[in-house]
Design a protein around this ligand. Structure first.
Ligand code: SAM
Length: 272
């Protein structure tokens, strides 16, 4: 007998896909080979999981909701290539994944940004990702300098991956219907980053500090990094960036040059 469906918990971002065409489009976009491992965040009621298990060698799926975990065990738990884990994807030991893992997920929107940062951190293990996201977040991933959507997520994503907006998905394809738009993006992780930086930690720090106060000029935003106004001015001059510019106007290349220059300024001062 099929077990009763646990009620949807919106608090956990539970908007389940109910349209098999969208599931097919997502799986097609992932271009899975039979020797590949898939990592799925939030298998939910298993509609995508089932399709992934049919294409991949193994599917590692992590679900936070205990009741859904029990439901999945009873419905698709006997799938021989499914490795179902109960827990928080933010706490998952990503180092355990095999190299070349493909991430495919309809992400819980309430936690999608921290999950994206986690996945980018774990990118050594990941070959590519196909992700359903809130459209607003999807746009940020692919945004170009000088646009409102361009920010930390755009720079750190595009540094690590070639990102493409694949297609939008109607709210009618989910139950319950989400109040926001949904889009699927594909991310091909770069084996080598788009640009060379001396120190990635400094690059991330520079990008975060630059965007911390969007309305301020770069010279003012960077003050929080513990450098003096003179050191910031010197680093901006070395990077050939006018101090009155704002973070949203800088290309990823300019962030890379600036991060190297700031790091040198901090090393000179002994604070790196
Ligand atoms: N994959 C299913 C589908 O497409 O129908 C469900 C997608 S639903 C948008 C998001 C799923 O992520 C839910 O099952 C929810 O319980 C789960 N979830 C929420 N927060 C999570 C977390 N921190 N770690 C793992 N799963 C989580």
């Amino acid at each position: 007998m099929t077990p009763a469906l646990p009620p949807a918990r919106k608090r956990l971002g539970q908007h389940f896909l109910v349209d098999p065409n969208i599931v097919r489009k997502i799986v097609t976009l992932a271009e899975l080979r039979p020797d590949e491992t898939v990592f799925e965040i939030g298998p939910g009621r298993g509609i995508l999981t089932r399709a992934l298990c049919a294409e991949a060698k193994q599917v590692v799926a992590v679900e936070l909701d205990v009741q859904l975990g029990e439901y999945l065990r009873e419905t698709i738990g006997d799938c021989p290539n499914l490795d179902l884990r109960l827990g928080d994807a933010l706490e998952f030991p990503y180092e355990e994944l095999p190299e070349g893992t493909v991430v495919v997920a309809n992400l819980p929107y309430y936690v999608s940004t921290p999950l994206l940062f986690k996945l980018l951190e774990a990118r050594q293990k990941i070959d590519r990702m196909v992700l359903m996201l809130q459209t607003e977040v999807a746009r940020r991933l692919v945004a170009q300098p000088g646009t409102e959507d361009y920010g930390i997520l755009s720079v750190l994503t595009q540094y690590a991956a070639a990102a493409k907006l694949a297609f939008t998905v109607s709210a009618n394809c989910f139950r319950p219907r989400p109040d926001v738009g949904s889009s699927v993006v594909s991310l091909a992780l770069r084996r080598q980053p788009a640009l060379v930086v001396q120190d990635e930690a400094w690059f991330v720090r520079t990008v975060r500090a630059s965007f911390a106060h969007r309305r301020k000029t770069l010279a003012n935003s960077l003050r929080d990094e513990g450098l003096t106004a003179e050191q910031i001015a010197l680093a901006l001059a070395r990077a050939e960036i006018v101090p009155s510019r704002r973070a949203e106007t800088l290309s990823i290349g300019e962030f890379a040059t600036l991060s190297d220059a700031l790091r040198s300024a901090a090393v000179d001062k002994g604070t790196a």
